[in-house]
Ligand binder design. Structure first.
Ligand code: XMP
Length: 525
């Protein structure tokens, strides 16, 4: 359970930061657009299409982007934009649905295509100024549309076309309105980055001064100005990259006024607790209180098999332990949380039914009397990692795969016992070791072992065995929301399997999970 938006002081710097606002019309690629813009060192934020003019203006952007979307502009309930955005004199780039909307709003004609375009198409460029400056006459672009702009609005000209779209891009250079039917953010549009660059730097005249270094300087300054001389700040460390980077950033700003609490719930991976202490206490010389609470957690989990019940128990126990330790520190004014941008976007737009009670472990109840410091709340995961590198956090920590708050408890199907934890830890360490040796660790979003509650028959040294199965799970993903299973080289799978059955007692079988998300989930529970 995370708290959003209560820490507002830190946003002052971001308000002063050169910025693009992306209005989200529900397209699959909105986050990708944001990432591409930020890769070009321009800070941007996503707002829902329904944002009012005041909300947009409050962010003080220098340009707007209208994202793609799945609906038709003429459909009932089609996402529309506050018409006043056309009056504020900002450059606008419309993408796909965003282009159709701009065309409709400004007096052009949008029609259902006889020949919808999906996939790569050849784009002929007629106007190679501004948006298409420096490109060839014909480029390859990624199309994905049923409707198309038949006639550009008054004041616009068709800057490019494809065989099926006479106005595949339109331009009103006077107003600085630009729109493309294709997706410049997609990798399948090889010149897409050039087009975005042209919009940002040639049209909107941005400077591109958003770097992780400037982010760190501004954030440290902000935290220093916010936290008073006599105020105390607490951070719950989990060993994951988000809370680690947040803690180091806050420590850089206020030193020993920050106390970190690290609850070892006994459900961590092998040597993880020791690594956390080594990094923060020894290397960074931060005040860290380690709480060995494994016995308490395991006692509460005894006999529990239901996944959601496990999560609830661990979540509640975590809060109890954290509060107990925090009370020892005395009055606490601020709590640091490692909330990242995708947490906020997802909480703002999610309508999906609850599938798992995610992200509630390590969170704290709403009625606590702390103010929040969430220094990473506008960063994507890859940016958090870059900040971590900039702050000289060990590479192992910066690149560590995400790990769920309830830890190994949701990777042991059925009851969690010390014996099963030992088995899972021993197998997991082998898998990760082999992946790192093969230099594939960074390509993979998460890789881990699962201990299903299955025992099967095997034969080892002429003896029949009846032992556990270990399932390997490895996936690629951008954000954990969707995922595909990782295509390991067979040889590597063989090595992992051999080592696990040879080195881990009570395991005689290894299987590989080859399901994507959806329909599966990343974790097994
Ligand atoms: P699923 O299993 O839903 O997981 O595909 C998506 C991402 O969330 C992580 N995860 C959790 N993280 N508490 C957490 O803090 C949880 O209860 C939890 N369950 C899943 C999972 O590791 C993946 O990164």
């Amino acid at each position: 359970m995370k708290n959003y938006g209560r820490y507002v002081k830190g946003e002052v710097e971001i308000l002063n930061q050169e910025k693009v606002v992306i209005l989200d019309f529900g397209g699959q690629h909105t986050q990708l657009i944001a990432r591409r813009i930020r890769e070009l060192n321009v800070y941007c934020e996503i707002l829902p299409f329904s944002a009012s003019l005041e909300q947009i203006k409050a962010l003080n952007p220098q340009a707007l982007i209208f994202s793609g979307g799945a609906k038709s502009v003429y459909e009932e309930n089609a996402p529309l934009v506050d018409q006043n955005v056309y009056q504020i004199g900002l450059p606008i780039l419309g993408i796909s649905y965003g282009m159709q909307l701009m065309a409709k709003d400004l007096g052009g004609i949008v029609c259902m295509a006889e020949n919808p375009e999906y996939g790569q198409a050849a784009l002929s460029i007629h106007d190679r100024q501004d948006l298409f400056a420096g490109l060839e006459n014909e480029i390859t672009v990624w199309m994905n549309h049923r409707e198309y702009v038949k006639q550009a609005p008054p004041g616009f000209s068709a800057a490019a076309s494809t065989a099926n779209a006479p106005v595949a891009a339109m331009v009103n250079a006077t107003q600085k309105y630009y729109a493309v039917q294709f997706h410049p953010e997609a990798v399948h549009t090889p010149d897409g980055t050039e087009i975005l660059k042209n919009f940002l730097f040639k049209v909107a005249k941005l400077t591109g001064d958003w770097t992780m270094e400037s982010f760190i300087d501004a954030t440290v300054k902000q935290i220093r100005e916010t936290v008073g001389e006599n105020e105390q700040v607490v951070c719950g460390l989990s060993g994951g990259v988000d809370s680690s980077v947040a803690a180091v950033l806050v420590h850089k700003a206020i030193g020993d006024r920050l106390t970190c609490i690290f609850v070892d719930h006994g459900l961590l991976r092998k040597d993880e607790a020791a690594q956390v202490m080594d990094t923060f206490s020894r290397l960074f010389k931060m005040k860290v209180i380690k709480v060995d609470a494994a016995d308490e957690f395991l006692a509460k989990l005894a006999g529990v098999t239901d996944p959601e019940e496990k999560r609830k128990i661990i979540g509640n126990q975590f809060i109890r332990v954290f509060e107990r330790e925090a009370a020892k520190i005395g009055k606490i004014d601020y709590l640091v949380q490692g909330t990242v941008y995708t947490d906020i976007i997802e909480s703002g737009t999610a309508t999906a039914a609850m599938i798992k009670s995610h992200h509630n472990v390590g969170g704290l109840p709403d009625d606590l009397q702390f103010k929040l410091i969430e220094p990473l709340k506008y960063l994507f995961k890859d940016e958090v990692r870059r900040v971590g590198e900039e702050l000289n956090l060990p590479a192992d920590l910066v690149w560590r795969h995400p790990f769920p708050g309830p830890g190994l408890a949701i990777r042991i199907l059925g009851e969690v016992t010390p014996e099963k934890l030992d088995i899972l830890r021993a197998a997991d360490v082998i898998m990760v070791e082999e992946i790192k040796k093969a230099e594939l660790y960074r390509e993979i979003w998460q890789a881990f072992c699962v201990l299903p509650n299955i025992r099967s028959v095997g034969v080892m040294g002429n003896k029949r065995t009846y032992a556990y199965t270990i399932a390997l799970r490895a996936i690629t993903s951008h954000d954990g929301m969707t995922a595909d299973w990782y295509r390991f080289p067979y040889e590597l799978l063989a090595r992992i399997s051999n080592r696990i059955v040879n080195e881990v007692p009570h395991v005689n079988r290894v299987v590989y999970d080859i399901t994507s998300k959806p329909p599966s989930t990343i974790e097994w529970e």
